[in-house]
Write a protein that binds this ligand. Structure first.
Ligand code: SAM
Length: 305
């Protein structure tokens, strides 16, 4: 990421959660605050841009769309974003609820973007200390927006700036009120693909070192086929192009069959390594609206040994 650039993919992720919450049923993940956290003028620009993109991607369909809302719905059905973003958040927050029942005290949201958990789930937040870590430019943007909205930042909610390319997770958390002895839950959604393999491993190793045994980390990742034009699904190739265009190129994938061994060396034991087929079965079966699990996207859940 560029030093001063607000993450456009973070804004888009929040927009896609907002759209789903307001337009789709049944819900995969209901982020009913997402539409408030994105400034209205940005939402209008995103909707206009997406709807207009149908003229390029499917001119015949665009010609018969009576209005912007219909064009927008068509475009969203063809994108990887909605299924990917909704199912990873659902998987994470379901796992977090279970972890809280088992005594987790801290929730660390890595690359939080415009995540609204801290305001959407007061029932869970009151049982936790929450740490949102993100790139300074995006975090500053979010904090300005929270101030505009006058959403109350409770004392147990902490904002910690970080740049994962600098390998400084331990330093960042050590300088905050994060308690290294408290059982913790880390989520890292929509971030690993933007980093190098070494940066991902460095961060995972730091998590294993700074959290006690039994703590959990969840992250999503692209498999290596996603980067091979001969093997990648066309909508995933489209996603890579969009990310590049947004100035946030995706660059790293992992091999699902060796992930467990790779991260065991960092001090983590894999508990779940969900494939697109697993994700489809859990969250998309029976849907009639055209959403289906994103090819090449996997969800990993690991515990600290
Ligand atoms: C696709 S967004 C995902 C945001 C959020 N996790 C979600 O699911 O909506 C990627 C996030 O990773 C953050 N990010 C990307 N590269 C980063 C880096 N080098 N250091 C810190 N944060 C980074 C961005 O600021 C952004 O918030």
């Amino acid at each position: 990421m560029q030093e001063y650039q607000i993450s456009l993919t973070a804004i888009m992720s929040a927009y896609l959660r907002a759209y789903h919450s307001r337009h789709d049923n049944p819900k995969i993940f209901d982020d009913f605050l997402a539409h408030r956290i994105i400034p209205e003028e940005r939402q209008a620009l995103i909707e206009q841009g997406l709807a207009n993109s149908l003229k390029l991607s499917d001119p015949e369909r665009a010609a018969v769309c009576p209005d912007q809302a219909t064009a927008l719905a068509w475009v969203l059905r063809a994108m990887t974003g909605p299924p990917n973003i909704l199912s990873r958040s659902r998987y994470t927050e379901d796992s977090l609820e279970e972890a809280i029942r088992q005594g987790v005290e801290q929730y660390v949201i890595l690359g939080a973007g415009l995540d609204t958990f801290a305001f959407r789930r007061p029932d869970l937040v009151k049982q936790l200390r929450v740490y949102e870590l993100d790139h300074p430019a995006t975090q500053t943007f979010k904090r300005h927006r929270l101030a505009e909205l006058k959403w109350k930042i409770t004392p147990n909610l902490n904002y910690v700036p970080i740049d994962f390319t600098q390998g400084n997770l331990t330093a960042a958390l050590t300088q905050s009120s994060y308690a290294p002895q408290a059982k913790s839950f880390f989520s890292w959604l929509g971030v690993t693909m933007y980093l190098t393999r070494d940066e991902v491993y460095t961060t995972l190793r730091a998590i294993a070192n700074i959290a006690p045994a039994g703590s959990t980390v969840i992250f999503d990742y692209l498999d290596t086929d996603a980067y091979d034009p001969g093997k990648a699904a066309s909508r995933v190739q489209g996603m890579l192009k969009l990310a590049q265009h947004a100035g946030e190129p995706m660059k790293t994938g992992f091999e699902p069959s060796t992930l467990a061994a790779d991260i065991a060396r960092l001090g983590l034991r894999i508990q779940d390594n969900l494939s697109p087929a697993d994700i489809e079965e859990r969250y998309f079966q029976g849907r009639v609206d055209g959403y289906y699990a994103c090819e090449h996207v996997h969800f990993a859940r690991a515990v600290i040994k």
